[in-house]
Design a protein around this ligand. Sequence first.
Ligand SMILES: Nc1ncnc2c1ncn2[C@@H]1O[C@H](COP(=O)(O)OP(=O)(O)O)[C@@H](O)[C@H]1O
Ligand SMILES: [Mg+2]
Length: 339
Amino acid sequence: MVYLRSVPAPAPGDRLSDNLVLERELVQGGMGSVWVARHEGLGSEVAVKILSGRLVDDDTAKKRFAREAAAAMEVQSPHVVQMLDYGISNDGVPFLVMELLQGEDLEVKLAKGPLPPREVVSIVKQIGQALHRAHERNILHRDIKPANVFLVPSDEFSGDAYFVKLLDFGFAKRLDRMTAPLTEEGMIVGTPQYMSPEQMLGGKLDPRSDLFSLGSIAFEAFTGRRAFAGKTLQEVAFAIQGLQMPSPTHVNPTLPRALDAWFAKACARDRDDRFASAREMVAALEKVFAVAAEPASIEAAPEGRVLPAGRSSWSGRIALLLLLVVAATAVAIFVARAQ
Ligand SMILES: Nc1ncnc2c1ncn2[C@@H]1O[C@H](COP(=O)(O)OP(=O)(O)O)[C@@H](O)[C@H]1O
Ligand SMILES: [Mg+2]
């Protein structure tokens, strides 16, 4: 018989451990809740993710929680939220202690509309840097989506509007080490709207699956629309597996045309057609905007250069003609006087 303990829901003032006192709830999530807590040892506020009371007797959920902390620590990127501790509360509930981030997540941000292209490129680059580190260490994130990307407003000295932190390694998976699988092959984890076609089909994944999800986030940040949308799971699946590739410039014609080709490669159905690495994907995006950002006078250079040359040759011809007219008149006057 499975005995389910009833664990009281966390509340402000609860002491999780010797040092940690809950202050206020930030978000209620899928596997638990995220709180602001006071760390008395550090004398500062921290973020604490607490496993839902209904999952405390679920071994898989508990192991996944422990692995989330380990995976995030192992990536060692400044663009991954900093884990500070992992523990079990006095009530037997696992919790993760993290740095408390100021700002908002990308899902909240995008609910207000698309972002300026310069900001999108910077955000994609910083997520790409986190993924590059993770993939180098054979760790897949598997749940790249706007709610798992946190935007911390940057200081005025940085050229970027935000310092980006990747959150939630709860579904992360090691590709090499023989850890006992927490998900069966064929079992789908992740968020459907941002899943690669192979992830949606429950197939074997590699880093290019995370890159597909990053491409899908980029589309939404550039345009304010989901790349692969649908009212039902079936519709979303159809959009992801379907034949029609959405085009960012179709939604927003002021975006550079080259972005369409970038997106088509980022979210190619067949992973062999995608960018091979986060680095390659980010470099290609920067190139799209480096070209697009050149001032109009430079962009129009071939024509611009021809034009002045043409004009100068026309004005030269006119000047020569005038000179001839003047000379002819002078000759005529001279001849007339001479007569
Ligand atoms: N360290 C943090 N600082 C501030 N907010 C956070 C932090 N970690 C998570 N959050 C917020 O809580 C939400 C849920 O956290 P997440 O780790 O993604 O858990 P879940 O497994 O519930 O998706 C995030 O989308 C973000 O808005
Ligand atoms: Mg999350």
